[in-house]
Design a protein around this ligand. Structure first.
Ligand code: ADP
Ligand code: ZN
Length: 819
């Protein structure tokens, strides 16, 4: 099979001459690339090129053939292109093809003259159809997918899935999805007088339709319009009552395609007036405008302190791209948390904005992508997967909060969207801006090696200054008693509680960060000392007191909290370790006498689903909530001008994570959450509680010193040869039996060592068992990227196919976490 050489990743020094993946790599991955918690145990599928070796030769003759990535399949397959489809079968086009007796969706990688199909000519099966409303991926998306397949050693079929909404993947757009897209019925009454024998429900509905309808009955009858009249009554479903009325000829029905609005932003946006730029912004915008005008790829790092007005810079950049007739993609860490950001884009650009949302239904996603594809939406805002949106002629790609760990996908194709954003921008000839107040060492490294141009916003746009940050030393500070009474001290210092009370009393708002969910992080048996663990995962259960449940945060297990100790059966379980629910309750109790009206809410994944998260944010914005207590979700780019106090309950919490990035993540989290304070006209204060006031990450956050932190952290990484000064790949095996998982990884490790690889492991993953599947890790390190890819490629080619087929094997290039 011929593959176009992968494009090189800007700044990643990967030449097309680097070793290519063989078929075997992909085939071996197909069977092993299970997600954590699954064991892939499918029998190997023959690696043949024609699509349907199982069927008799159809004997059809084709002038051309197409190489197609099929989502359900690892290798690209070759199909014949029927003459009737020649014009529409082009690279990037989604097509319907037969596979093992089913019709599935695939993406055309290449089209060739039939002579190149090899000796399989008479076995070729035809492409079945090119659905009218299916997606055609532009060349820059195709280049990005091909790069991802190469760089992350992932099957091309699996990569193609990244760009295809699940609804499309299954069988093209099936009838059920079509139905989902046309759920709205428009009805108008049509005849008068009404017959007398109508049921009550029918009369009620007729009245409602008439009341909502803008058109008089006589008018309707005259026109008998083909299309639904403007202002006719809209109904969500064709109920039996409605259908009965239609059958009697009393109403006319039209089915309308509904294009949904995922963030509930149906109301037209309030147009904004672009503010005059600050002096700092003006300099950055001038540079980026020049870059857009060059109509060529360039990469930029926008290092701007929290509240410096990075969004306004993005808006101007996008305005420039639109003015050139080009489109823009904006990646954000989690859109459910940043509805306000989407609103700002809509205020500036109106209906041109498509928002993609992790909580969207597949039908909704398809609708949005459809509009993007048709050019009705020229700006896409969404999480990492939005990078693959089928937008033609992208002129600007923005990665907001580019340091955020959510840009790394932790399953399937384990891509880093920040890096692929550079790849797509390069393929599209676009300007790519990575923005952050706390760039990661990787971001700085790209800048220092000249791959990104640095722009700075060193001051806040509105607020006069950065918030004042003070430490509360938990070793000595007086603290509140725990909510349980008893002897225990809570994690809340009197100083923090006092400050929160003062803030609320002044009519301002506060945020309190505590990055553990639930009420207690573990249940301890007072009789035997055992901790209650999940039956299927190697973790302690968390006590969610208000829900009355003990829950596993790794699987769905949830037990009633009156359970007795599973080990000794004694009924003396107590909660140990404080989660955000406990902080919230302790705080509420402490403030009750002073501020009886105070409203405290929790903001984390337990208390709130996507929709609820947005509602909580809205209530906080309008002042119905005074204090938000939550996990790191609080640190996302929220802009609440009335928040003048931010409290951090335990700053070193994240340092315990066994990950070389733990220090950096802690610094980023503290700086980001601190950045929520004092963004309006009133000055902000941050109180950071800690037992480790001298820790380097905490001290740097205290001094607002992102640069100094990055320099010291980079030096430390360089000293111990860790990324970005060395390159890592993580191999993970999984199996229900730990010996099988470890044994298979042992084989991997021995082979890599035999070839001179620098390998750590195998070790059990830090959560060694999830849903009864054991996971083991081995880490390969190389001093240059090509050496790493050579090792990984060779392993997948020569060793992986010989491993027991029921052991899951996954490889993670540039791993983001090691849990
Ligand atoms: P960042 O993303 O850098 O943390 P934002 O883009 O959220 O900061 O901007 C912080 C605040 O400053 C917002 O309320 C924004 O409306 C305001 N702002 C930004 N630029 C300007 C400007 N040029 N004039 C007035 N207000 C601005
Ligand atoms: Zn579990």
């Amino acid at each position: 099979m011929r593959r176009s050489p992968p494009p090189s990743l800007p700044g990643f020094d990967l030449e097309p001459a680097a070793p290519k993946l063989g078929e075997a790599d992909r085939a071996s991955l197909r069977d092993r690339h299970g997600e954590p918690g699954q064991t892939a145990a499918k029998p190997p599928v023959p690696r043949t090129r024609p699509a349907a070796p199982e069927s008799a030769a159809p004997g059809q003759r084709f002038e051309a053939c197409a190489e197609i990535a099929v989502a359900a399949q690892v290798d690209a397959l070759t199909y014949g292109v029927p003459d009737s489809l020649r014009a529409v079968v082009v690279p990037g086009q989604c097509v319907t093809v037969p596979l093992r007796g089913r019709a599935v969706t695939g993406v055309v990688l290449a089209v060739r003259a039939i002579g190149e199909a090899g000796g399989w000519l008479d076995k070729l099966r035809p492409i079945l159809a090119v659905p009218d409303d299916s997606i055609r991926l532009p060349a820059d998306v195709m280049a990005t997918l091909q790069f991802a397949a190469y760089y992350y050693h992932a099957p091309i079929g699996q990569c193609a899935r990244l760009a295809l909404p699940a609804a499309l993947r299954r069988t093209g757009i099936g009838d059920d999805q079509r139905a989902e897209r046309q759920q709205q019925w428009v009805a108008a009454t049509y005849l008068r007088p009404w017959p007398l024998d109508l049921a009550k429900s029918q009369i009620r509905l007729l009245h409602r339709i008439e009341a909502e309808s803008a058109l008089p009955v006589a008018e309707l009858r005259k026109k008998a319009p083909v299309d639904a009249p403007e202002g006719a009554s809209k109904l969500a479903a064709a109920t039996a009552v409605l259908q009965a009325l239609a059958a009697k000829g009393l109403v006319r029905l039209w089915q309308q395609r509904v294009l949904r609005d995922p963030l509930g932003l149906r109301e037209p946006p309030v147009p904004d007036v672009a503010p005059a730029l600050t002096a700092d912004q003006a300099i950055v915008v001038a540079d980026l405008t020049a870059a857009v005008q060059a109509r060529a790829y360039s990469g930029h790092l926008l290092f701007g302190v929290t509240g410096s007005g990075k969004t306004e810079v993005y808006l101007r950049l996008i305005g420039d791209a639109l003015a050139q007739g080009r489109g823009a993609i904006v990646l954000v860490p989690e859109i459910a948390l940043t509805p306000q950001l989407v609103q700002r884009f809509r205020s500036r650009f109106g209906d041109q904005v498509a928002a993609l949302h992790s909580a969207m239904s597949e039908g909704e996603r398809l609708d949005q992508l459809d509009r993007v594809q048709r050019g009705e939406r020229r700006i896409v805002v969404g999480p990492r997967s939005a990078l693959f949106a089928p937008m033609a002629d992208v002129g600007a790609v923005v990665v907001d909060e580019c340091h955020d760990s959510s840009y790394k996908q932790a399953h399937g194709v384990r891509y880093q969207a920040r890096d692929l954003a550079l790849v797509r921008a390069r393929a599209a000839g676009a300007v790519c801006v990575l923005g952050s107040a706390t760039p990661a060492c990787e971001d700085w490294q790209l800048q220092q090696t000249g791959k990104l141009t640095l722009h700075e916003l060193p001051r806040r746009a509105v607020a006069a200054q950065m918030p004042a940050i003070a430490l509360v030393d938990l070793r000595t500070a007086p603290r509140l008693r725990d909510i349980e009474g008893a002897a225990g001290l809570s994690l809340l210092s009197e100083a923090l509680v006092q400050a929160i009370g003062d803030t609320v009393a002044r009519g301002e708002q506060a945020m309190v960060l505590h990055n553990r969910r639930g009420f207690a992080t573990a249940m301890l048996c007072r009789a035997c000392g055992a901790t209650v663990e999940c039956a299927e995962c190697a973790v302690a259960l968390t006590w969610h007191k208000k829900q009355g449940r003990l829950r596993c945060h790794w699987c769905d297990l949830s037990l009633p909290d009156e359970a007795s100790c599973p080990t000794c059966k004694a009924p003396n379980l107590i909660g140990v370790g404080a989660g955000s629910e406990r902080i919230e309750m302790t705080l509420a109790e402490a403030l009750r006498t002073r501020l009886p009206q105070v409203s405290i809410a929790r903001f984390d994944r337990d208390s709130v689903s996507g929709q609820r998260l947005m509602e909580t944010l809205a209530a906080f914005r309008t002042g119905q909530i005074d204090v938000l207590v939550g996990t790191q979700l609080l640190a996302n780019g929220h802009d609440f001008p009335k928040v003048t106090l931010v409290g951090v309950v335990l700053a070193e919490e994240g340092l315990r994570v066994p990950d070389f990035r733990a220090t950096e993540r802690t610094f980023q989290l503290l700086t980001q959450v601190a950045g929520r304070a004092g963004r309006g006209d009133r000055p902000g204060t941050v109180l950071i509680q800690t037992y480790k006031p001298d820790h380097f990450a905490i001290a740097a956050a205290l001094g607002h010193d992102a640069r100094g932190f990055a320099a010291a952290e980079s030096a430390a990484r360089q000293r111990c040869a860790m990324p970005p000064f060395a390159y890592l790949a993580l191999f993970e095996t999984s199996h229900a039996d730990p010996n099988h998982a470890r044994g298979a990884l042992r084989v991997v490790v021995d082979a890599l060592r035999g070839w001179g690889g620098d390998v750590r492991g195998p070790v059990a993953a830090s959560v060694s068992r999830v849903r009864d599947v054991w996971r083991f890790h081995a880490l390969v390190k190389a001093q240059d990227r090509r050496a790493l890819h050579t090792l990984v490629g060779r392993l997948l080619r020569e060793v992986a196919p010989g491993l027991p087929s029921n052991v899951g094997l996954a490889v993670d290039v540039d791993p983001g976490a090691f849990a």
